[in-house]
Design a protein around this ligand. Structure first.
Ligand code: IPM
Ligand code: MG
Length: 361
């Protein structure tokens, strides 16, 4: 099979981790008889430096022509990087928001899993972490506060800023359907997270999610207020299977969930539209402080590549091979510095990529 993939190495550690993910993909292709065709595009700071904008229309077109996009990370240090002196719409993150919208990537899947081998890295008390957890945050990605009208004005000498939180029922329905569909392949539980005790958008969210749930009698639905959810994630993360939520709440809760695993360098993500197309990226950021040092953990990007094989290309066996390679290498005691613990063998970013590729066979 020919796999036509657009790569966005991006900024910070992005180029290093994407290089290792390609290494693992290439080995997988070799073993299973596929052909990988990569086309790189610039996004974020890397694009600003060359084109003056964080994402060009040509780059979007290249991505649209591919089957899937594999991304590293974008952005720099927001206090020191010159990119953050630019107008907001010219900063690195604007490129990410633009590609999400342009490719209609409304469904963002962020798994947060406690790996047995890394249980020691979990910051929760042992009595909580020993139950383990494996949840998936299904975050709406192209609506809500991120894409509502915004402005800053001065009225009677007083500065005022407005951001608008809007959802229509179609936007809610399509993400809810994705949430219930994926729950069916997991433990069949959806926790829909909102702020329905205050927000109209949340009350509509809850109503539409209830309607969708009627088509999934085999899936259990519960509603949870976002502030309570933030608490429950540290109190009893094992209760969650699929967390279904809107854009801003999903942004915040997914960072919390990843921190609770203690190993953010391990967490992948997928952003999907209503076709097989998807953008796959690690859940972590560009870590400018360690960029170029060959010490970043490439596993989240490698696992994102596995998600790509699974969701976009239906190559389950190949995705399994990558995921097993990750488990194998961890079991053998190899660790990048972020997940290092006593008695393990510390390896660099590229060494981790080599090990993973070798374990594919
Ligand atoms: C994320 C990031 C982005 C977001 C930023 C970089 C715009 O935090 O993917 O979670 O807020 O969506
Ligand atoms: Mg975020």
């Amino acid at each position: 099979m020919k796999l036509n993939i657009t790569c966005i190495p991006g900024d910070g550690i992005g180029p290093e981790i994407v290089r290792e993910a390609k290494k693992v993909l290439d080995r997988t292709a070799l073993k299973f008889g596929h052909e990988m065709i990569y086309t790189d595009i610039l996004m974020g700071g890397a694009s600003i430096d060359v084109h003056g904008v964080p994402l060009t229309d040509e780059a979007i077109q290249t991505a649209k022509n591919a089957d899937a996009v594999l991304m590293g990370s974008i952005g720099g240090d927001t206090t020191t990087s010159p990119w953050y002196k630019l107008a907001p719409e010219l900063r690195p993150e604007a490129g990410l928001l633009k590609i999400r919208k342009a490719l209609n990537l409304f469904a963002n899947l962020r798994p947060a899993v406690l790996y047995d081998e890394l249980a020691a890295a979990c910051p929760l008390k042992e009595e909580i972490s020993k139950a383990g957890f494996d949840m998936l945050i299904m975050r709406e990605l192209t609506g809500g506060l991120y894409f509502g009208e915004r402005k800053t004005v001065t009225e009677n000498g007083i500065r005022k800023a407005v951001d608008t939180l809007t959802y229509n029922e179609e936007e809610i329905r399509r993400i809810a359907v994705k949430g219930f569909d994926i729950a069916r392949k997991r433990r069949k539980k959806v926790t829909s997270v909102d702020k329905a005790n205050v927000l109209d958008s949340s009350r509509l969210w809850r109503a539409v999610v209830e309607e969708v749930a009627k088509n999934y009698p085999d899936v259990t639905l519960e509603h949870m207020l976002v502030d309570n959810c933030a608490m429950q994630l540290v109190k009893d993360p094992a209760q969650f299977d699929v967390i279904l939520t809107e854009n801003m709440f999903g942004d915040i809760l997914s960072d919390e969930a990843s921190m609770v695993t203690g190993s953010i360098g391990m967490l992948s993500s997928a952003s999907l539209n209503d076709t097989k197309f998807g953008l796959y990226e690690p859940s972590h950021g560009s870590a400018p402080d360690i960029a170029g040092k060959n010490i970043a953990n490439p596993i989240a990007t490698v696992l994102s590549a596995a998600m790509m094989l699974r969701f976009t290309f239906d190559l389950d066996e190949e995705a399994d091979a990558i995921e097993s390679a990750v488990k194998q290498v961890l079991k053998e005691g190899f660790r990048t510095v972020d997940i290092m613990s006593e008695g393990c063998k510390k390896v660099s970013c590229s060494e981790m990529g080599d090990l993973l590729a070798q374990r594919i066979g």
